[in-house]
Design a protein around this ligand. Structure first.
Ligand code: PLP
Length: 416
């Protein structure tokens, strides 16, 4: 039984119709009309729509969100519990507790083989908040931020909320070369209002990973034009051709105009904790501290204790996660490669497969259909901006059996 792409009015599932009612109530409300336009204009997440639609289905394999299926390991949780038991429940350092900032400094030194002092690191309430602070620091009303797309939608939305405009720079896709960043196109998009380039590598959703030469070229352009780079390297450990992905840390000096955003979410299975970090020239410290003060006023100490243990003792767990993702990638890519209807490039990094289906290029509602007809949850490419519309995103950071079953369900659905 197949369901039409969009439900006829009044016949839709409970969630969809109540969402429509809520939207109508909202439009009619003078309270909403009186809100700040940039707040009203913040877009709904196309990923959340599918999640809300399918989350309670029995037997559903949920591959829609950007997280793995492992819970935070006990040794990390234990550090949080211990901290709470010891009464660490008070206000704390805005920039982050010194032991965590020192641990981050050592972690980066191990990874990049260079000295990066703790004064460069600032603890934030998630990677998302790191992005929000980075944008608030560099762009406001009338400014533009360039974002290669398809991209994780939150960066553009955070730019809009800051009163600035996100300018999408479409990447190219071909079956042979996969996803590619056209540097000339990126540089041509920079105008007088451009303040920053947001570069996410390895990329969510495409898995595209910048080469060191590409990073060098972007940095040279930013230096020349006085632009900021916001370097979103949250998937830098999920890289399938080496220990880590190429990074701006490989090519930049300490005082280059780069704000790195990162998170504990992915490496150490801490998505629900909401803790991340910024790496930036130490001279920005006072400004970043103030932006933290006037948003969250700092991250809870017990979470920072857990994060310290994660960076200091979590390497083996992180390796395990990367290996699972590598195996998940193999399973799902091999399964889908068997279908002549599917197009994709094997992702170099991150833990997503971004694929398109011949004959089903209208993906806005395809995620809902796949919930109903294949009992798997994938996110529609429309959620990731220009260039993503014909694709679907699937997260392969899960156990092998789930991915093998998801591959079977998808190929069966494709053959029908
Ligand atoms: C590209 C990218 N950047 C940043 C984040 C932020 O992660 P979090 O807010 O969970 O720390 C995510 C999460 O999915 C992401 O995909």
């Amino acid at each position: 039984m197949t369901r039409p792409l969009s439900d006829p009015p009044g016949k839709g599932p409970a969630h969809a119709s109540s969402a429509a009612v809520a939207a109508n109530e909202e439009t009619a409300s003078p309270l909403v009309a009186n809100l700040r336009p940039a707040a009203r204009a913040a877009p709904d997440s196309g990923i959340v729509e599918v999640m809300n639609y399918g989350r309670d289905r029995p037997g559903m394999i949920p591959l829609w969100a950007g997280e793995g299926d492992l819970a935070t390991p006990d040794f990390i949780c234990a550090a949080a519990t211990k901290s709470l038991a010891e009464g660490e429940t008070f206000y704390t350092w805005q920039r982050g507790i010194p032991p965590l900032r020192e641990a981050l400094s050592r972690y980066h030194e191990r990874l990049y083989q260079r000295r990066l002092p703790s004064e460069r690191f600032f603890v934030t309430g998630s990677g998302m908040q790191a992005i929000q602070i980075a944008i608030a620091a560099v762009a406001g009303a009338g400014d533009e931020v360039l974002i290669p797309s398809p991209a994780w939608p939150n960066c553009a939305a955070a730019t809009g909320l800051a009163g600035a405009s996100a300018v999408e720079v479409p990447m190219r896709f071909s079956d042979k070369a996969g996803w590619q960043l056209d540097l000339d196109r990126l540089f041509a998009a920079a105008g007088p209002a451009t303040k920053a380039i947001f570069l996410n590598s390895p990329s969510n959703p495409t898995g595209w990973t910048a080469t060191q030469d590409e990073l060098k070229a972007v940095l040279a352009f930013a230096r020349k034009r006085g632009l900021w780079i916001i370097a979103d390297e949250v998937y830098n450990r999920f890289y399938f051709a080496g220990e880590r992905a190429p990074s701006f840390y490989d090519v930049a000096g300490e005082d280059d105009p780069i704000i790195f955003v990162n998170t504990f979410s992915k490496n150490w299975a801490m998505t629900g904790w909401r803790i991340g970090w910024i790496g930036a020239p130490a001279v920005l410290g006072r400004v970043i501290e103030n932006l933290i003060q006037y948003s969250t006023s700092g991250v809870a100490v017990f979470m920072q204790r857990a994060a310290t243990v994660a960076v200091e003792e979590g390497e083996a767990f992180l390796q395990l996660q990367v290996e699972r993702a590598r195996e998940g990638r193999r399973i799902i890519c091999e399964a889908l490669a068997a279908s002549p209807r599917v197009r994709f490039a094997w992702p170099d990094g991150a833990f997503y497969l971004f694929f398109s289906i011949r004959g089903a290029e209208e993906t806005a509602k395809l995620g809902l259909r796949l919930v109903d007809e294949a009992n798997i949850g994938v996110a529609p490419g429309t959620a990731f901006g220009t260039g993503g519309e014909a694709f679907m995103r699937l997260c392969f950071a899960r156990k092998a059996e789930d991915l093998a079953e998801a591959g079977r369900r998808l190929t069966r659905w494709l053959a029908d």
